[in-house]
Each structure stands twice: as structure tokens, then as C-alpha cells.
Design a protein around this ligand. Structure first.
Ligand code: NAP
Length: 251
């Protein structure tokens, strides 16, 4: 019998971190060897012999945590938001010096949200209009969500593949930004409302018809199958992978 994979959770006392600790604890093939909070030293991760970290912390800490893991030969599964081209570039550079290490940065661990992004890329080829509405709890620090940004990028890829031009919009006057943010040429509307967790609606329009894709995460447990998939797969995918779909066979 192979020994369980040794996992450290960073941000262990946060909302996502608590759910991740419980999910790792419950999995027979995984062993939770360290629960790390903001006042703990990362040396505890190395001392515990962790093979994979799960980072569910804050945007200001996540890049440093991942670079530390790479330098210590530890794979990283990251759900924390706030990554940009510069921070991803720093991770790629660090991985060049440590080519056996895998890093997964997943804007959304919910399998249904990953599928929604893929379905949106396919649907985008066939519709003149597309807009995204992302809805979250009011304690979320960033807008629009990483998922909405990746969905917009997927729609932009689908439209480009189909040779579609800009989405039609005759708006000339919008002093209050009522038309939402423009991400990759796609309008994104962010709702923050008590009672919500994480929800996304992708709305496509063509002449005489509408297609709506919708995904709802009602509970943080919805993210855990994706977290566990990432933990189990990350060592088999050296280098940087953006998005859980990189570990799924979605064609
Ligand atoms: P949260 O409840 O605020 O938890 C964040 C935790 O990070 C806190 O417990 C905090 O500890 C800890 N922390 C801060 N700096 C740290 C450091 N340097 N080392 C270790 N721990 C540190 O937030 P959350 O709702 O769990 O969300 C965490 C992140 O996951 C956010 O970026 C969120 O957007 C993202 N998220 C991703 C997904 C996904 O599917 N990818 C889904 C939901 C949320 P202290 O309390 O001690 O400061």
C-alpha cells in the first residue's frame, strides 16, 4: 500500500481553509500534516515533510507562499485570488529553476464552474451577444471575480476562433458605469449581496433567442472535490497550470 500524500493547508483557519482541512482529513489517501495561519512560520510546513501545500490565504501572501514552496521542492495548489501576469511570471521563473515541481492556480475549484467556462467558450462561437453576471457574498475583497475574468477570456477565445467581431452595444452615454466592466471585450456585472456565496450567469443572445448558463456554489464544500483533484494531480503536472480544467479531460 502506498503511503498517504502529505498535505499542508495554508490559511487553515479561514472559511475555505477549514473546509479544505476537513476534506483532506477525510481522504484515506491524504494526510493533513500542517495547518498554517498568518502568525505561523512556513518552516512548520517543511518540518512536517509536506509534499503539497494548499494555499487559501490572502492576495498579499499567496505569491510569497508559492515561491517558498517551489524553492523547498513542494508542489502547490492555489485557490487564493489576486494573481496577475507579473506574479504568474515570477512563479514561472522559479519553476524553471525547479522543473520537477507542479503549481496549480485555480480561480474556481467547483467542477460545475469549470464546466461553465468550457461550455461558455463553445457557445460563444454561435452568439452575437454575451454578458456575464457574477454574484458573491459582500465580504469578497475583489471584483470582478477571477472566475468571471476567466469566463470572459474563454468567451473572447471562442469569438476569435469563430471570427466574430466586437459585441454590439450602441451605448453612448454611461456616466455611472451601468454597463459594467469591460473584460476581454465582454461586459461583466458584479453583484455583492448577503446570503450569496459564489454564483455566475453567462447570458448569450442571438436573433430571436437566448441561452443562459448558470452555476451556483451554495456551500464551500462544493469547492472540495476540485481541491482534492488538484492535490492528487499536481505532482504529475510539472510547471504552472492555470485553471482546474488543465487537469480535466474536457476535449
Ligand atoms: P478568509 O476566511 O478570509 O481566510 C483567509 C485566511 O488566510 C485567514 O484565516 C488568514 O489568517 C489566513 N492568512 C492570511 N495571511 C496568511 C499567511 N501569510 N499564511 C497563512 N495564512 C494566512 O478567506 P476565504 O473565504 O477562506 O478565502 C481565501 C481565498 O480563497 C480568497 O482569496 C478567496 O477569494 C479564495 N477563494 C477561492 C475559491 C476557489 O474556488 N478558487 C473559492 C472561494 C474562495 P488570519 O485570520 O490569521 O489572518
Amino acid at each position: 500500500m502506498t503511503s498517504p500524500l502529505r498535505v499542508a493547508v495554508l490559511g487553515a483557519s479561514g472559511r475555505m481553509g477549514r473546509a479544505a482541512c476537513a476534506a483532506v482529513d477525510d481522504a484515506d489517501d491524504l494526510e493533513l500534516v500542517a495547518r498554517i495561519g498568518s502568525s505561523d512560520s512556513l518552516d512548520q510546513v517543511a518540518d512536517a515533510g509536506a509534499q503539497v501545500i494548499v494555499d487559501l490565504t490572502v492576495p498579499s501572501a499567496t505569491q510569497g507562499n508559492v515561491l517558498w514552496a517551489i524553492e523547498h521542492g513542494i508542489h502547490a495548489v492555489v485557490g487564493t485570488t489576486g494573481w496577475d501576469d507579473e506574479s504568474r511570471g515570477a512563479v514561472r521563473s522559479a519553476l524553471e529553476k525547479n522543473p520537477g515541481i507542479g503549481v496549480l492556480i485555480a480561480p474556481n475549484f467547483a467542477i460545475g464552474a469549470v464546466l461553465t467556462m468550457r461550455f461558455a467558450e463553445i457557445a460563444a462561437r454561435y452568439y452575437e451577444s454575451a454578458e456575464i453576471i457574477e454574484m458573491h457574498h459582500p465580504d469578497k475583497l475583489d471584483a470582478p471575480s477571477g472566475t468571471a475574468q476567466h469566463t470572459a477570456a474563454a468567451i473572447a477565445r471562442g469569438r476569435a476562433d469563430a471570427g466574430l467581431g466586437p459585441i454590439p452595444d450602441a451605448t453612448e452615454k454611461d456616466p455611472d458605469g451601468a454597463r459594467g466592466a469591460l473584460v476581454e471585450g465582454v461586459r461583466v456585472h458584479a453583484v455583492r449581496q448577503r446570503g450569496l456565496l459564489a454564483h455566475e450567469v453567462v447570458q448569450f443572445g442571438g436573433t430571436g433567442e437566448q441561452l443562459i448558463l448558470r452555476h451556483d456554489s451554495f456551500d464551500r464544500v462544493s469547492f472540495m472535490p476540485g481541491v482534492l483533484l488538484g492535490v492528487r494531480e499536481v505532482a504529475s503536472h510539472p510547471g504552472l497550470t492555470i485553471g482546474l480544467d488543465g487537469y480535466m479531460d474536457l476535449g
